[in-house]
Ligand binder design. Sequence first.
Ligand code: 13P
Length: 254
Amino acid sequence: MSQRRPFVAGNWKMNGARAQAAALIDGILAGVSALGDAEVAVCPPFILIPLVAEKLRSTRGRVLWGGQNLDTHPSGAYTGEISGPMLRDFDCTYVIVGHSERRSFYGESDAIVAEKFAAAQAAGLVPILCLGETLAEREADETERVVERQLRAVLDRSGVESLARATIAYEPVWAIGTGRTATPQQAQDVHRFIRARLADKSAAVAAGMRLLYGGSVKGANARELFAQPDIDGGLIGGASLQAEEFLAICRAAG
Ligand code: 13P
């Protein structure tokens, strides 16, 4: 029996203005008493974090918040960037690191992602490390090789014990925003593989690691995904922008 507490995080991506963010958080707050047991967090765009933090403070930790990205440096002449200490200053608990959109649109290599992971932990943030293969890589039967390479960059940079203070999200790129969810078995197979690679280094870290699935999760398919033995929750994109849908996913995890 797993001791892992389920975890659902919403990745708002580059969506929302102040009014929509306020309405979305108010919708989540309206359902907070019926959330179930899962830990819940939202990751808004940087500029909306103060507003979201202000509203979520009233939940006294029931709903946490985080960033979607951070710079590798703590401060300095890096125009346009936001650092880990800045996110901590707004009481962020989490920060997403290595999302496939960062890797593909902004050229973040495995090495940069590993640096960002280390920078997040140095600032006292819990990284949500995203791993996942493209459709071409899956069709070439390279899923395990790609995911293992992405994971190894962080293991080599920060060591296996650092993963005890992190979460991993498996997000197959072909399932993100496409409506094409991985089947529960496809997701479970990769989650089991990731946990086994962690277990090669540390049985304790592997057993404690919360492995989230991301990619077209909705209220309607969440329960079946979360029922898999190595799936401990979800990283939710589009469906996290609708309070009712997001709450339904949280309940499915709890
Ligand atoms: P969707 O849920 O919109 O497919 O996005 C998943 C994702 O990328 C979360 O980080």
